[in-house]
Design a protein around this ligand. Structure first.
Ligand code: PMP
Length: 360
């Protein structure tokens, strides 16, 4: 078996132990005589899978009792619409646009009301997070929206905005469970799980109970209402069963690793290895502003498109996979999520050093 070091931004690397355990249960899940893929979502074994997944997530993140956890489908992108459809009661919301994902969310929200961009960083190709210390929050805003970690540009909020009491809504798709967060600072937290948590097909929404109501945008489809899924405990219709089972395994793996504090420590160390090298390299440079750079997604360039392409091709031969950057930044991007081992980052840095020496 030859596993590569997979630096994909998502779907992305998952813990090997989790994959192996799932493989061992593939044909017969705990004596049920069937795979979790073949199992009714109303069955006892599945009830236990989804209940433990929720409990383990609650334990990991310290989710208070007045927050609901929803396991949904439709990807993070469906939340771009569900959030305004369900939360924009005054028809006003404030968006901080710090990259492509928050920009998409803002544009989608405009379909449902007055979505205002109150700060943005597109003047410098989203290489930084706008100053959110003194935002002009709209008096009648139903919520303030951020994308906490912009996957493409590799920026992260090190400090949350002062929303002046308005609920903070955050897309955490690419930093989910990478470090502890204080759930009470948010009204709604959500993410597609295919980066740091599990296979594509599950979106997790953590929402404060008072934000769930039947006062939604007129003719909102039943499936796009938070109250539908909250009332039915994520079992209104067939949920993405296998994906939830895999997420549950990752939650248990994270607990066994020592929880989110331990993950943070490791993630910071891994990112530091790469940034320390980048900061002194004469060939490569990181594209995000130092103060705002992410410990999950690290975009970097040589400044020469041909050399970038050569790097990507040669890296692949060395077992470094999916390192090509997004077209809006170019160059390379190393996504170093929870399941990327330190050895993977060490291998990448060693390869970069050699490449630099060979192409000086
Ligand atoms: N938000 C962020 C921060 C993302 O990185 C992505 C996907 N790369 C999305 C939203 C969209 O997710 P999905 O493909 O699940 O709709």
């Amino acid at each position: 078996m030859a596993r590569v070091y997979n630096f994909s931004a998502g779907p992305a690397v998952l813990p090997e132990e989790v994959l192996a355990e799932a493989a061992s249960e593939m044909l017969d899940y705990q004596g049920s005589g069937m795979s979790v893929m073949e199992m009714s979502h109303r069955s006892k074994p599945f009830a236990s899978i989804i209940e433990s997944a929720e409990q383990d997530l609650r334990d990991l993140m310290g989710i208070p009792d007045n927050y609901r956890v929803l396991f949904l489908q439709g990807g993070a992108s469906t939340q771009f619409a569900m959030i305004p459809m369900n939360l924009m009661r005054n028809k006003v919301a404030d968006y901080v646009v710090s990259g492509s994902w928050s920009k998409k969310a803002w544009k989608e929200a405009k379909l449902y009301g007055d979505a205002r961009c109150i700060a943005n960083s597109d003047d410098e190709n989203f290489s930084y997070v706008p100053d959110v210390k003194k935002l002009e929050i709209s008096e009648d805003a139903d919520y303030v929206y951020i994308c906490q970690n912009e996957t493409i540009y590799g920026t992260v909020y090190h400090e949350l905005p002062d929303t002046q009491g308005k609920p903070l809504v955050a897309d955490v798709s690419s930093c989910f469970l990478s470090e502890p967060i204080n759930v009470s600072d948010y009204g709604l937290i959500y993410g597609g799980v295919q980066k740091n948590v599990g296979p594509a097909g599950v979106t997790i929404v953590i929402i404060r109970e008072d934000l769930i109501s039947d006062d939604v945008f007129p003719r909102t489809p039943t499936m796009l209402r938070y109250d539908t899924h909250a009332d039915a405990k994520s079992l209104y219709n067939t949920p993405p069963c296998y994906g939830i089972y895999m997420c549950g395994k990752v939650f248990k793996w994270l607990k066994a690793q020592g929880g989110l504090e331990a993950m943070k420590e490791r993630n910071v160390e891994k990112a530091q290895l790469l940034y320390d090298y980048l900061d002194q390299s004469a060939l490569f440079s990181g594209t995000a502003r130092k103060e705002d750079r992410s410990i999950m997604n690290v975009p970097f360039v040589t400044g020469n498109d041909e050399l970038d392409a050569k790097f990507v091709a040669e890296a692949r031969k060395a077992g470094i996979e999916s390192i090509k950057g997004h077209r809006s930044v170019g160059g390379m991007r190393a996504s170093i999520y929870n399941a990327m081992p330190r050895e993977g980052v060490e291998a990448l840095v060693a390869f970069m050093k050699q490449f630099e020496a060979d192409n000086a």
